[in-house]
Design a protein around this ligand. Structure first.
Ligand code: PLP
Length: 379
């Protein structure tokens, strides 16, 4: 019997980041600086809101895109906090930002369409593009301080280019795009039939005043999709909640994929979303800013080259001077130094490794001490 599976599924592997994370977890005595989620807990008020909804039997099918009160809360939040104006009819509450990314790419891509992904990048973009039978096109940024080089972007565009994915702050570098970069990208894209997916899931975790999102170019509103998540700012990764904002005609088609795949996000978590949006996250930002400063200082003192991140909770460390590929380096460091970081190759960029500072001060100190000892053995 010839049981041929969908070739798109056969061509995509399970996440290398997850595989390496499990390898670190299963290495006795290893200190992990791998994980991309806050080590904090969901705020109590958010949990209480979900518990109260359960007690009130809010356990039936909700409207597909989300309860109207909850969509209104997102609409108000985006207008008040980010200056973005999307009506409740232009929002879908999704199963994490991951589903929003899936809906976006499934809605805009036809087979063979190209998606430009500035690298290093969150590996999900490449995998989802392939699952949607699109073609990922990497746009390396490491030689340009992780900013997009406008000329390289212009060269990467072909008649098949359908979308560009912009992530700011970025996973894995923590860099944010400068106004100059955003303006240059806008100049190139403004008259082209190309969608821009703004993955802004880390925009609450920014440590500088100069943050701007590409979503501000509302002259391109018909081609912009904003991806958001409750995971990172409110320590809600396990709740699997996110949302997307898109011009009504696009959002109307995105809901087709949403309806036929998940129907809706769960009912009783939606009051919790509203409470989360009212949460003051400034304390969380301060915690991560302090950790960033500590980790950055330690790495620089070790003589490692790293760009100081302006957002998120990652550092992308240059390991090219050690003359090993990133997987070999990280495996050796795990085996011999008992400290785990994620190889840069899993973000599409060789010669780097990603450190996450979603760890306690003690764990960070221990992990950095181990990195220091390990690189001492190589020098
Ligand atoms: N986008 C980026 C840049 C991420 O780093 C992540 C998770 O690490 C996601 C999207 C997915 O987030 P969610 O947990 O909301 O699916």
């Amino acid at each position: 019997m010839d049981l041929t599976l969908n070739s798109a599924v056969l061509d995509v592997e399970l996440s290398g980041i997850r595989r390496f994370t499990f390898l670190v977890r299963d290495t006795p005595g290893a200190c992990a600086l791998t994980i991309g989620e806050p080590d904090l807990n969901t705020p109590d008020a958010v949990k209480e809101a979900a518990k109260a909804a359960l007690d009130a039997n809010d356990t039936h099918y909700p409207p597909g895109n989300g309860y109207p009160y909850m969509l209104q809360a997102i609409s108000d939040f985006e207008a008040r906090v980010h200056g973005l104006h999307y009506s409740p009819e232009e929002i879908i509450l999704t199963i994490g930002a991951t589903e929003s990314l899936f809906l976006s790419l499934s809605t805009v891509l036809n087979p063979g369409d190209e998606v430009i992904i500035p690298t290093p990048a969150f590996s999900l973009y490449e995998s989802i593009t392939r699952l949607c039978r699109g073609v990922p096109v990497a746009l390396p940024t490491e030689d340009n301080a992780f900013q997009i080089d406008p000329e390289a972007l212009a060269r990467a565009i072909t008649p098949k280019t359908k979308a560009v994915i912009l992530t700011s702050p970025n996973n894995p570098t923590g860099c944010i795009y400068t106004q100059e970069t955003l303006d240059a990208v806008h100049d190139i894209l403004k008259d082209k039939p190309i969608f821009v997916l703004c993955d802004d899931v880390y925009r609450t975790l920014v440590y500088t005043d100069g943050y701007h999102s590409f979503s501000e170019y509302q002259d391109m509103r018909d081609r912009i999709i904003v991806i958001q998540s409750f995971s990172k700012p409110y320590a809600m990764t396990g709740w699997r909640l996110g949302y997307c904002l898109a011009d009504a005609p696009i959002r109307d088609r995105m809901q087709i994929f949403h309806q036929y795949s998940v129907v809706s996000a769960p009912s009783f978590v939606q009051p919790a979303c509203v409470t989360a949006l009212q949460t003051d996250t400034s304390g969380v930002v301060e915690i991560f800013r302090r950790r960033r400063d500590y980790v950055y200082r330690r790495l620089v003192e070790m003589g490692l080259s790293v760009q100081k991140p302006e957002g998120a909770f990652y550092m992308f460390i240059d390991i090219r001077p050690f003359g090993m590929d990133s997987l070999a380096f990280c495996e050796k460091m795990l085996r011999e130094g008992l400290v785990g970081l994620i190889p840069g190759v899993y973000f599409g960029t060789e010669g780097y490794m990603r450190l996450s500072y979603c760890y306690s001060d003690e764990d960070l100190k221990e992990g950095l001490d181990r990195i220091q000892r390990f690189i001492g053995t190589l020098r």
